[in-house]
Design a protein around this ligand. Sequence first.
Ligand code: NAP
Length: 288
Amino acid sequence: MTAQLLKGRDSAKQLQSELSKGFSELAADTGVQPTLAALQVGTDAAAAGYLRAIRRACQGVGTSLRPVELSEDSSQGEVQAALTELNEDGAVHGIMVLEPLPDHIDSTQLIDLLSPAKDVDGVHPLNAGRLAAQREPHFVPATPAGAMRMLEEAEVDFKGKRAVVIGRSDIVGKPMALLLLHRHCTVTIAHSRTENLPAVARMADILCVAVGRPEMVTGDWVKPGAVVVDFGTTYVDGALKGDCEQDSVAEVAGKFTPVPGGTGPMTNVMLMRNLLSAYRRLAAAPGI
Ligand code: NAP
């Protein structure tokens, strides 16, 4: 069997054009351009790369980015003061704290301080709790939200299906597992301590991998015909690799998100969707 490849680029383009229309109608009606602030501490290459990608995403929908760059030796207090300023600034509608942060900065404290109403990546415990409790309104982390949209567009059947999510991060694995649960999958979350991981993976009708270990999952981990979602993005000798070995997995899977070009392109467009809803929610109920 050779898998149908699910390419996020097409879905992302479609969503980007819908959002561009939304942002331009908003500007025409109100004169407001929702603004995303991105807080970066230091000069980490991955954080800088992410900032470039977010800038492109903002340009793609015609809205504005406010980068706030603090020096590597900024204290926890200084970073928190900058974040508080953004929380209180009425001209800022969404805030992202770019990771990785320098070792001396406590990211948990920053996430707890972030205004839940501007938390467009859904990392604040209030938004994570709302997702877990299936309550609106909340921001769903952009990466798993984008993957779910791709699976819906590919008409994947969720109800009663066995889903295995490898990885339990707050930003990818855990919210993906919750989204699948809310669609009535029977969900297993696997992680670095899971015993006999290949056998656990092989049970999955829908296998999602968010680990960051290039080509860890091979075709013999995959149930024939399964849907495989690869979130992994690791550069190996300058080439972007997913967590799945592409050729062997595509031989066995029914549908498969390749790397590059699978889940990645959707992420930043979903972030723009969250920014637009953050603006709308703040405009409807300022001060939440
Ligand atoms: P993370 O926070 O480092 O979490 C990795 C998870 O993988 C952890 O839960 C860890 O388990 C688990 N793990 C590590 N080694 C394992 C092993 N040998 N077997 C089974 N599980 C193992 O990473 P993340 O932020 O979720 O990101 C995961 C990957 O997705 C990375 O490659 C990242 O670059 C990529 N990513 C992609 C997008 C996108 O748009 N496509 C967005 C965000 C991230 P423990 O909890 O037990 O340590």
